[in-house]
Design a binder for this molecule. Structure first.
Ligand code: BDP
Length: 737
């Protein structure tokens, strides 16, 4: 098995008793009216790859029906048929799915009020008994909600949970659960199955826009099986949209030839509830390839009607081809990308200019806040809040505060630097109470081992989402709900529109993510986007059961191994809060001594190693980044005695001899962390070896090969960093157990 089905494998239930029970409980799938509401747009042009066993879905209810049939037939190892209507009575063992609108059964059995409570994307799953007949009803307010219910029901069987006596209600906490897909960058999942090389540069994008031959001539992508596997997998965890191109955007995506291809892709993903968005380059209107429809620099003022009309025309053109188009993701005045500041305006003007243009079309602008500059007051990390904070605070003519329009999301990375394996939360969370904010997490493992290292990121995201911002209201009183998750889900500061964004890791590798265990990160992102309060160990367990099997020893061993993998990576790469020690060429290996053209790209700038100690002073005696946090956090981070040990060097330059909680001095503790991290990888390798009899041969061998590289690369991190630090500390390396 090559991993290409992700977690939707549906292999037969191995436990004979459980299989017998499930077989008695399930006989048929009943989805009324699935075949109406077909969407004909473009579908006649879409072709499956030759030999494909998949069939293209036209409607969401068809997709749900097909998934239930496929999933239940696979799991129960017998054909489970589908039927359209109940006839007189719902058959014993039926799995009924629909909305009150599509299904008589749902209408009869699920009161409107109860269903309404789960909202647009939510669902109910109920076990119903009528006389001697028992069956299951899966109901949503929308077809997509019902589809999510189908996946939730299947998950119960995949993870061996009971499917009788059910009365479940679920709905997502965050409305827009969106992926960004950097098709030309940072994909570590391309071109080969095991990806033993595959560091940056060997990328193979999932969606094949640069298609050659017949499809290019027809300007349509061939819809490959793996697009639909990805779509089903994303739907199974409730992803609602995807920005399909890199944030360093290519204007080609706005040309008619590309829009037609995008429309074909949108049609293929639509049944699964996944809507398309595009990254744009802010200065696109000046690109001569759109001539004669181009703007001069003078017309690029975001308040200029010409600017707004250009974006409105472009958006309409896209919307005609993609009726449910989401909107635009914008990286502006960041890392060389053009932005409103090039034309004398700020981020608020730029975002609002575009937002005004597309608001009548119901579109959104996801405006990224990843802006930095080393010149800003000795610390690039302060820049985002300095630029965006005042706009959020600005009094408006109508008496309210905050200039950003309602259809703008400010899309902010979890931490103030750049996706490091551990960062403190971004100080903007909680600080931007008058602006819609989207949390951006990086699923693709740019700084967390790429496609070589096994690193389960859910515990990191859980740490972020459950961090207390200590946000206060206007009178300085602590908010009741003030974890990052509450800020993002809108309950902290009463935001109606909410979003979370993951930079995705899908590629054209056989297993879609390069490392088999990287699939877990995609899975976990979706689950946490749906419900950030979940426990990452529970998410890991579900994924392991669905992906590797339900054997008791196997599940506990893999979950334990995954749960410690992130902390281990932090330990052997950047322990105790030192950050950004990566080789600039590929962001993979260690390069603590590197000095680059820009100070704020250089590892030496981040480590500040010298004879007195190590770490970046961001306390009030240093750059005072801490002042951007709410007072409780500012005080905690600002004081070397109260800062959490994990963030020590984020905020302080730490003397080599400082006593640590372990009883060791800082230098010894630092060395200890590096060694402990590498030891953990050795343990992962031995755990994996012990599971050989329980894992299929191909995946076993591929993961085994990766773990060997992982261990060697982890040791390289340890040795390179420790020996470099030693040049400054001048102390002995005492490896401890
Ligand atoms: C950095 C990546 C770069 C991205 C940038 C961003 O190295 O490829 O373009 O983030 O988020 O971490 O814009």
């Amino acid at each position: 098995y090559d991993g290409s089905a992700l977690w939707l494998r549906y292999v037969p239930i191995a436990d004979p008793q459980l299989l017998g029970r499930y077989r008695r409980q399930i006989s048929t799938v009943l989805v009324e009216n699935a075949d109406r509401n077909r969407c004909h747009r473009h579908t006649q042009d879409l072709r499956m790859a030759p030999g494909s066993a998949e069939r293209l879905m036209d409607s969401t209810l068809q997709a749900a029906r097909e998934e239930l049939v496929r999933g239940l037939s696979g799991l129960l190892d017998r054909r489970i048929p589908a039927q359209d209507g109940p006839g007189h009575a719902v058959p014993d063992g039926a799995v009924v799915l629909g909305t009150r609108e599509s299904s008589q059964v749902v209408r009869r059995l699920v009161p409107a009020g109860e269903l309404a409570r789960v909202g647009e994307d939510g669902f109910l799953i109920r076990s119903v008994s009528q006389g001697r007949r028992a069956f299951t009803v899966i109901a949503g307010n929308t077809d997509v909600g019902a589809l999510y219910g189908a996946f939730a029901f299947l998950r119960r069987l995949q993870t061996h949970r009971p499917i009788t006596g059910l009365s479940l209600a679920e709905s997502p906490r965050i409305a827009n659960r969106h992926l960004n897909y950097w098709d030309t960058e940072r994909l570590y999942a391309g071109n080969n199955a095991s990806g033993t090389g595959g560091l940056n540069g060997e990328n193979g994008a999932l969606f094949n826009f640069a298609a050659t031959g017949e499809s290019a001539a027809r300007n349509l992508p061939v819809i490959l099986d793996r697009y639909l596997v990805a779509a089903r997998a994303l739907a199974s965890v409730g992803i609602t949209g995807i920005t399909i191109n890199n944030v360093n955007a290519d204007n080609a995506y706005l040309t008619p030839e590309y829009i037609e291809q995008e429309a074909a892709l949108a049609d293929a993903l639509r049944p699964y509830g996944i809507r398309l968005a595009l990254s744009i380059r802010y200065a696109a209107p000046t690109d001569q390839r759109f001539a004669p429809d181009t703007l001069t620099d003078e017309q690029m003022a975001p308040v200029d009607p010409a600017f707004q009309e250009w974006w409105s025309r472009k958006a309409r053109q896209i919307q005609e081809a993609i009726p449910d188009f989401v909107g635009f993701t914008v990286k502006a005045n960041s890392e060389g990308q053009p932005g409103p500041q090039d034309f004398g305006y700020d981020h608020g003007d730029g975002a609002n200019g575009m937002a005004t243009a597309v608001a009548p079309l119901g579109l959104r602008i996801y405006w990224r806040t990843f802006v930095y500059n080393a010149d800003v007051d000795r610390d690039r990390l302060k820049r985002a809040y300095l630029e965006f904070g005042p706009i959020d605070d600005e009094p408006q003519p109508d008496g309210t505060r905050g200039r950003f329009l309602d259809n703008v999301f400010l899309q902010t990375k979890n931490g103030p630097l750049d996706y490091q394996a551990r960062e403190p939360i971004h100080p903007m969370f909680g600080r931007m109470e008058n602006t819609n904010q989207a949390l951006e997490l990086q699923i693709t493992q740019e700084y967390t081992g790429q496609n070589r290292m096994l690193c389960f990121l859910a515990p990191m995201w859980e740490e972020v989402l459950k961090t207390d911002t200590y946000a206060t209201d206007g009178d300085g009183r602590l908010l009741e709900r003030r974890l990052v998750g509450h800020i993002v889900d809108g309950t902290a500061q009463h935001h109606a529109d909410t979003a979370i964004v993951g930079v995705a890791n899908l590629g054209n590798a056989d297993n879609l993510t390069g490392h088999h265990f990287s699939q877990a990160n995609l899975y976990a992102f979706g689950r946490q986007a749906w419900d950030w309060t979940l426990d990452s160990a529970d998410i890991a367990e579900d994924w392991v059961r669905m992906t590797w099997g339900n054997g008791r020893g196997l599940v506990s061993a893999l979950v334990a191994m995954m749960m410690g993998s992130w902390e281990a990576l932090v330990s052997y790469q950047t322990p105790l809060g030192v950050a950004h020690q990566f080789r600039s060429s590929d962001h993979y290996g260690p390069a603590p001594s590197e000095v680059l053209a820009r100070e704020d790209w250089s590892p030496v700038y981040y480590n500040q190693a010298d004879a007195t100690g190590l770490g970046f002073d961001r306390s009030p005696t240093g750059s005072d980044l801490t002042a951007q946090y709410f007072p409780t956090l500012a005080a905690r981070y600002g004081d070397i005695d109260s800062v959490p040990e994990e963030l020590l060097m984020w905020f302080h330059h730490v003397p080599w001899d400082r006593p640590m909680p372990s009883g060791r001095i800082f230098w010894d503790e630092l060395v200890h962390r590096y060694y402990a991290g590498v030891r953990y990888v050795g343990e992962m390798r031995r755990t994996w070896d012990s599971l050989e009899s329980q894992v299929d041969a191909r995946r076993f061998a591929e993961v085994k090969a990766k773990l060997a590289l992982h261990e060697a690369d982890a040791a390289d991190w340890r040795d390179t960093c420790v020996s470099y630090w030693q040049q400054f500390s001048g102390r002995e390396i005492r490896a401890t157990d």
